[in-house]
Design a protein around this ligand. Sequence first.
Ligand code: SF4
Length: 392
Amino acid sequence: MSPAGIVSASDRFGLYVHVPFCERKCAYCDFYSVEGTGLKERYLNALHIEIARGARRTAAAVAGTVYLGGGTPTMLPPADIERILADIADHFSIAADAEYTIEVNPGSASLETLRFLRGLGFNRLSIGVQSFDGAALAFLERIHTAAEARTCIESARTAGFDNLSVDLIYAIPGLSRSAWERTLQEAVNFSPEHVSAYSLIVEEQTPLHARVQAGIVTPADEEEEAAQYMMTMEFLESRGLEHYEVSNYAREGFRSRHNSSYWQHRNYLGFGPSAHSFWADGHTGEAWRWANIRQLHGYCDVLWRNGSPVAMAEELGTRELVNERIFLGLRSDGLSLPMLTNDLGYELSGEQRAYIHQILARNLAVLRAGTVTLTREGFLLCDEICAHLMVS
Ligand code: SF4
């Protein structure tokens, strides 16, 4: 079967818009963004051109999710956010029950702004809380305090958002397990529908990386990181949040539909500097991944000159798609072995089957109806398990 077997013409796709502005860069962040909104008009004009062009690809497909991320989308005035949504609505078919998510950072969105966003049609809010611990927020160089994070969540509820996601970070140097547990407890006190909890990664070319290299900061060791991860899984699952992806937890019915499209190998289109896309064409049998230019100036210039903003594009063959399916499946709902065969025409090798038996025997995974799903212990070793199973 051709790679296009992974997507049927009736599948909905996701739309992502990257808004590359922040008030100030956080020490650990390697998402693409610039400080201040001096270039916002050029960005909005370039985005307008890119969105119009992207619509040509989708033919009769319907978008099931729209996601504005960044950066800090709420650095844009509400009228500009409205302009982006209008552009999307002008060029794409959007499902009537679509999930509309926007990311906000505490301190960047007033109650009035949140009400406006709710009125525009956003029905899901992803709040970059990261921690309720003042020292942790200072270490991360977030622009907000814990008090502002609390106010932001309360304002979101007042504004009418009944689908809230709270982003948190653990394994912060110097943050004890009990301090991390206090942040988890405070988060669940707000009864969020969704929690994303990420381990702090020291990314290259960040101020945090420079401090680690200079010996000023010592990252949490692997044992501490694993202990905090295990604590996170146990804590959130015991409070009714299902662990449905390596770093994501949701109440029933509140999984992120947009991010699930990444993990379930569905099509998505990303717009804006550094945005990524994946598109498998059910008719031609081709599957592509591509990524836009990261730099805002370059992105705007090239679109203004009627050029392509794509910096990297890769056609995916069966081997790449099988590897992605293994990696994405094990990180989330599990790897469906029948779907590997039915969608991609792939049969596991004897070596892969033997390894799956091993991880089942070691209680790192369970097998139900042909789907291999990692246990908590398995999630601790997720990267290692994926590397063993992927095809070289
Ligand atoms: S607010 Fe978010 S995107 Fe902006 S610098 Fe901080 S972590 Fe990065």
